[in-house]
Design a protein around this ligand. Sequence first.
Ligand code: SF4
Length: 383
Amino acid sequence: MWGDLNGSIVPRQASPKGWRGRPPTRWSERGVSRRSFLRFCAAITATLALPDRYMPRIAEALEAVKRPALVWLEFQDCAGCTESFLRASRPSVGDIALDILSVNYHETIMAPSGKAAEKSLRDTVVNEKGKYLVVVEGSIPTRDGGVYCTIGGRTALDIAREVCGNAAATITVGACAFYGGWPAAKPNPTGAVGVQEAVPGITLINLPGCPPNAVNITATIVHFLTFGVLPATDQQSRPLFAYGERIHDRCERRAHFDAGQFVEEWGDEAHRKGWCLYKMGCKGPATFHNCPVVRWNEGTSWPVAAGHGCIGCSERHFWDEMTPFYRRLPTVPGAGVQATADQIGAWIVGGTAAAFAAHGIVSAIRDKARPLDENPQINEEDR
Ligand code: SF4
């Protein structure tokens, strides 16, 4: 159906009228223009850090995919992750939900309620066993038998074990489903934990953030639908395409950090000039996330560009360990400016950075043994 000519998209048998002569696709039938669809595929290819030549593959997969079932569970949460996903606009979440996936259960947007809703969930688990995707938002309480979050008379723990345990893959979204989030902040009265701890041993990927970026959620789903596997991850099961680099290393204010030019007070001359926010508490040197690259609100901006420091929301226990948010990261005596930030990052996240690097090497070695199509992200020729 498609040709791949150095990354460009052309029909293999273009009609004399070109694109206008093509039969309508299900995307065009739903009002998504060809241009919008291809722009979406290009954005997802770039987000996944894939070479341009994978864009036709993604476009073809999205046109051919047979709408796998999706279950979206909400446990101890604020629904901010759902709100973030509903803001997806390349294309809209309605297009994603109705054209790529069959959303069988999502408490916030589904039409059925009560027993009908629970039946949708049960039917999916039974009839689509091993084939459906699960997105989990919110933490799982474990104290006192898990009674602090029950849905339809069942605990979140019970539901997660059954639904995630029978799925093809589980995608956790947000800090709460990652490690427990704000419900797990000290003193963690409900014994809240993330999905990986509550239901060990399942096929899972973590997309932390408070909230996570809809672009990364969409890209992860598209990767799974296109290549049949989840993207390559670090030791904390976070995809490398989204959490493989420090905020600090891609930050547009980094030159000011290196030059020792810092904002000293909100609204001062340095703040107006866009200098570094390190002294105002920015946690970018200790945080792994692609915010500076994919940005937010359709790529319009992100917190640091808007004048506020990073709060480290994609790191474990950030509510306890990255606070107070306006207190600067501690300095390391005897180090220069550049070395200081690197050492602070390593100090704050403990062994995370080192473990991440080590895991990256292991992943590269492991993935070299895989064929190109199985995991295109890490093929040597594409580096
Ligand atoms: S400390 Fe923050 S604002 Fe400064 S360069 Fe690093 S990430 Fe950017």
